[in-house]
Write a protein that binds this ligand. Structure first.
Ligand code: PGA
Length: 256
């Protein structure tokens, strides 16, 4: 069975002090949650302190990005996957649409980052998703499939179980306009079918695919109750510990 995974993507929010205070407030609120894997992705500067604050709990700490190169080298401003592991990271969000859009990350760059993440024994949470123009042009499935195949192409069959996917339609991120459950389910099913073509049926059945884009405590259950949705990548609604804990609890009710 696929264990649901819910990750809070904090983006460029929270100082180190704020991030640690969050973890202190958040952990007791999710202490009773045992059947959902929970992660948070703070900014680079807070990773070490957050990992220390989360020690002894099941909370996973993820980075929001990683260098395409490593483990060391002349790459000013970059942070290697091994360095993220050293400070206590469990995984990395790779290829978020904000990285693709504002920082020019291509499919090839995203694939290289997935590769580096796996080489450092961390979990890549690889993001795919179409823009509004692409959806309106009727190319959503082909665009997202192209993004997925670029990621799959970097993996050996043995590595297929070591990655999580996130479907995040760009038009749904931060807009308050989440995908409908029908749209999400159709895309997730297509992604799983494509994964089966790239690998095999057991790999497709084991693949966790998260939905992301305006997920809230009010709509989480509509997503986690879908057959091909295995959790969520949550931006705005993960920024307050109370609200994120409530969102996680409501996801559980849906999947129970
Ligand atoms: P949102 O962001 O939940 O604020 O829409 C999701 C994401 O970008 O991962």
């Amino acid at each position: 069975m696929r264990t649901p995974l819910i990750i809070g993507n904090w983006k460029m929010h929270k100082t180190v002090a704020e991030a640690v205070a969050y973890v202190t407030a958040f952990l007791p609120r999710v202490a009773q949650v045992t059947d959902v894997e929970i992660g948070i992705a703070p900014v680079f500067t807070a990773l070490s302190s957050v990992a220390t604050a989360a020690k002894g709990s099941t909370l996973r700490v993820l980075a929001q990005d990683v260098a395409t190169e490593g483990p060391t080298g002349a790459f000013t401003g970059e942070v290697a996957a091994e360095m993220l592991r050293e400070v206590g990271c469990y995984g990395v969000i790779v290829g978020h649409s904000e990285r693709r859009r504002y920082y020019g990350e291509t499919d090839a760059i995203v694939a290289a980052k997935v590769r580096r993440t796996l080489d450092a024994q961390l979990l890549p949470v690889a993001c795919v998703g179409e823009t509004l123009d692409e959806r309106e042009a009727g190319t959503a499935l082909t665009v997202v499939e192209r993004q997925l195949r670029a990621i799959a192409g970097t993996l050996t069959p043995d590595e297929a179980p070591r990655i999580v996917l996130a479907y995040e339609p760009v038009w749904a991120i931060g807009t308050g306009r989440a995908a409908t459950p029908e749209v999400a389910q159709a895309m997730h099913r297509h992604l799983r079918a494509t994964w089966e073509e790239c690998f095999d049926a057991p790999a497709a059945a084991a693949l966790r695919i998260l939905y992301g884009g305006s997920v809230t405590a009010d709509n989480i259950a509509a997503f986690t109750s879908l057959p091909d949705v295995d959790g969520a990548l949550v931006g705005g609604a993960s920024l307050a510990p109370d609200g994120f804990a409530q969102l996680i609890q409501r996801s559980q009710v849906a999947s129970a």
